[in-house]
Ligand binder design. Sequence first.
Ligand SMILES: [Zn+2]
Length: 475
Amino acid sequence: MSTFHLYNTLSRGLEEFRPLVPGTARLYTCGPTVYNFAHIGNFRAYVFEDLLRRWLAFKGFKVTQVMNLTDVDDKTIRDSQAAGLPLRDFTARYKQAFFDDIRALGIQPAEHYPAATDHIPEMIALIQRLFDRGIAYQAPDQSVYFSIDKWPAYGKLARLDRSGMRSGVRISNDEYEKENVADFALWKAWDERDGDVSWPSPWGRGRPGWHIECSAMSMKYLGPSFDLHTGGVDNIFPHHEDEIAQSEAANGVPFATYWMHCAHLMVDGHKMSKSAGNFYTLRDVLSRGYTGREVRWLLLSTHYRAALNFTFAGLDAARTALRRLDTLHARLQEAAAPLLTAGCQPAAELPPWAPPHNETFIAAMDADLNVSAALAALFDTVRDTNSALDRAELSPAHAAALLNLLARWNTALGFLPFEEEKTAAVPPQVLDLLQQRTEAKKAKNWPQADALRAQIAALGYAVKDTPSGPTLSPL
Ligand SMILES: [Zn+2]
């Protein structure tokens, strides 16, 4: 079997994945700031990380994934005050919403979801180490800063030009641009805008900066050195650059070996923004009648390092692709039924044309998660299976082996109905009738369309026409 190669942002090149401890993969994935419902751009990153996690498991690695929840920072404080709620109550709502959303997308849970406010002592201890090493200092504003002058490796991930850096200039915002490279805040002294949010520390009361949260929590759950650290390209600077500086300066050992970043998501070819009216949370999309599985499919079907253009036409295409897979799956189950009901163990033997597709699938995913090529192998398999079934040339044993192959691929991609969907899976017969009705409508054969709607109703499903196509719901 081929080995897994990934693109490491740190080296700007493809590298073979070699974990620090053979057989295990330790993965830190920057999680949500829980001040609002996450938007589909955020979920692009989480679905990419899910794909990575699943592929590592597929390759036999024991995965430990940590995803932090940022429940104290500039934004959570600002918006909890606007909502008139204590910080903890305010963020609790959005933590729950986040977990509901990732379940809807079939994202496998991480092993740890540490919340920043539960790890303040760890952050203080880390800042203290930087202080003791002469790399952190307390400024006249009482906040504690990281001195980038004292850390010559600063800028290695984002490839910053150090010659332009201004010594002793400070920035206390959590988020800033490359033009504002400066000493960044590790501990922010309390000020009026923080209201009742503060913790005591050796430097007076205050709160942690955003970047130190991830350094402290990754260290606690994964150790000072671990294998993979991921996020969106927006995280490269300053967040990940600052994380590396803090962690390596405090621990004296390399932080993460591989850095992986997923590209932006666009909507209808434009940057997503509230002012442009093309800003969508997952909930917005689901309320239009799409399923989490369809959204997942769209988010994962573009390579993670390419910009993804999110459109509703793309979601319709996702729906069509998934229906093809579901129909094939049902056909295979039917074809394998004689064997399965006879209680025989399905033979592992695939029909002779299938193993090359499996090899293509694995080689594609091993090449930096080349999902487009993997999906091509999947649909070549669908095509060949359908034609073997059409010719009545697929034995029950071959059908069972193909079901096993799909199940195996599904562990990597998560395209088959999720557990909660399974109970509600629409029978293929109903999907066929729905397809016939769509065609009847296209041909403006209204009596036929109505008759098909009645047949679908007789099988227990209501059809609803939406701008993006018909949807089914159980009666
Ligand atoms: Zn982070």
